[in-house]
Structure formats: C-alpha cells, structure tokens
Design a protein around this ligand. Structure first.
Ligand code: MN
Length: 320
C-alpha cells in the first residue's frame, strides 16, 4: 500500500523502474513521473524497459534516458514494476531477484511484489503516482506534471472512457497549474505521426468488413500492407479503434499478420460485451472491453473462428 511505498523510498536510495513490454502512455508516463519524483528527492533512479520507447512518447521528459535491455544485471534497493499483471510482463530477466514494488490500477494483478500497491479506482497509474508525489511532499515539477498528465490523457482515451472521473479532472487541473501545456502534449501524441502510419491506416481501413447484423466489424493488416506503407510495427497500434467508432458496431477484431499464416488479434467492445472471454478461447486474455490473442492458420479460417466468438459474446449480452 501507499504508506509502505513512501517508507521504502524515504529509507532507500538506488531504484530501478520498469513497466510492461510494448509500453503505452500510462506505463511510460507513470514510470518517468516516478523517475522525476525520485530525482527531486535526490535519489538515484533508472528506468529500464525491454522495448524501446515508441515514437509517440519520445518527447516525454526523460524518455531519452530510458535504458532498453533484456536483463537486469545489477541489484537495486527497490524495483518498481508499473502496470503489470505478473512478474513476467516487463520481459526482463533477473527482475525476480530484486525487491519488487508492484504498482497497478488493475484489480486483476497478481500480488507478485514484496510490496503491492493496487488501486482499482484510479483511472490510470498516473493518478496513483500523483498521490505518491503528494505523500512524499514533493512539489510537482513541470517534468513530473507532464509525464503524469500524459498517463492520464492516454489511459482515459483523452478523457473519454468510462474510467474518467471527477478525480481525473481534478488532478489534470492541478497538473496544468504546475506547468503542463495540454495543447503541446496532445500535439506530440496525436499530431506528430510518421507518414507511414497514416498510409498504413488507409490500407487497413480499405479492408473493413462487417457481419450481417452490422454489430461486428473487423480490419486486417498484412505484411504486404506494412511494406507498402513503409510502416513500423508500432504504426499498427490503435487502428482497431476505428472499427469500434462505427455507431452500430458493438465488438471488433483487428488482425495483424505477424508472419506468414500467423496472426496477432486485438479485440475491442463497447459496454457489457466481454471480449476477454473470446480471447481466452484462443489462449489470450485481457479486459472486458480490450483483449488480445494469437492464432495460426489461413486468414479466412482464423477470421471465421474469431468472428463467431464475437457473435456469441454479443448474443450472450443481448440474451441477458
Ligand atoms: Mn493504465
């Protein structure tokens, strides 16, 4: 819990911070905010990730200091693991030897840390880091505020998702008072895409299909499309949401060809439709409205099986 985290930070000096593989705005923003809080306290922190910082987050304060490596080789006084369901999620070898502080806002996380601080009421881990900052008596610097704001903004879908609360806006307001420039954060995140990402989006959207009911839609990205667009792997992130933005659509699938006849599948849904259950049928998992899995085989076969799983999920809710 929070008091244990505060006590550990106050009594120790050398820390590492990590988060899940393929880091997103909350995990990176929260990690870097914590980094700057520790710097403000005169501590010696380092952020270590298995994967490199995605293009969209490279302008975050401290992003350039993130170390990218597959293994933790040194011992630290404490290792903060941000937004991870289990100790393997950061993809870092040697992490289990550290004194681990597990910080997450998902109630489904395993209590794998020596210290576990879980707050399922927080819209983002960023909210928790902000509370930690206050509990430590640190005045949020512009760096802390910008990183925390990025975590809030991205995890709430720009303050649009159901996890957006009065507290989210209250903290966002405080962060703006501490120097965050909302327009420049949004500009860096949503108006600085590489050309290939938008080119890929065009190719992907041209594959859009829906079932007879119009409630289920799907999109595909092949290796050929990636090559044609000159896109990087991360440029396919987020495309799934365009299918979900259709008014009548309740559940969607996004198929990304990883290699020949091997597919990475992202599933999204609205409201009570549970796509995590569908992902589990394929050995994957996730949350009710956002899940993922992998499958091998011809596209037509894989697609049919996934779409029929989504149909069951949609019908299951309709029947209740
Ligand atoms: Mn989050």
């Amino acid at each position: 819990m929070l008091s244990q985290v505060v006590e550990l930070i106050e009594s120790k000096h050398r820390f590492m911070i990590t988060a899940h593989v393929r880091p997103d705005g909350d995990s990176l923003g929260s990690s870097l905010a914590l980094y700057w809080i520790l710097v403000a306290l005169g501590k010696d922190p380092v952020v270590i990730m298995r994967d490199r910082v995605p293009h969209a987050y490279r302008s975050l304060p401290g992003a350039a200091s993130v170390l990218t490596m597959p293994e933790v080789t040194e011992m630290y006084d404490g290792a903060f693991v941000i937004e991870c369901s289990d100790i393997d999620r950061p993809g870092l070898l040697g992490l289990e030897r550290q004194h681990v502080i597990n910080i997450d806002h998902h109630s489904t996380t395993a209590l794998f840390g020596n210290v576990n601080w879980i707050d399922a009421t927080a819209s983002a881990v960023g909210e928790m880091i902000y509370n930690l900052c206050k509990a430590l008596g640190v005045t949020p610097t512009k760096e802390i505020a910008t990183c925390t704001y990025t975590a809030l903004l991205t995890d709430t879908g720009s303050f649009q998702f159901s996890n957006t609360t009065e507290r989210t806006f209250k903290i966002a307001s405080e962060l703006v008072r501490r120097g965050v420039e909302p327009a420049s954060v949004s500009q860096a995140l949503y108006y600085s895409y590489p050309y290939g990402k938008i080119k890929l989006l065009g190719l992907a959207l041209s594959t859009l299909e829906h079932d007879a009911s119009g409630q289920i839609a799907w999109i595909r990205v092949t290796r050929e499309a990636m090559d044609l667009a000159g896109a990087a792997e991360e440029d396919a992130d987020g495309i799934v949401n365009y299918a979900l933005s259709i008014g009548d659509v309740k559940a969607v699938a996004f198929f990304k060809e990883v290699e020949d006849c091997s597919w990475r599948i992202s599933l999204r849904s609205k409201n009570r439709i549970n796509v995590a259950k569908v992902a589990e049928q394929f050995g994957g998992g996730g949350h009710k409205n956002a899940a993922g899995c992998s499958a091998d085989g011809d596209y037509d076969v894989v697609c049919d099986r996934v779409i029929s799983g989504l149909k069951d999920a949609v019908l299951g809710v309709a029947a209740v």
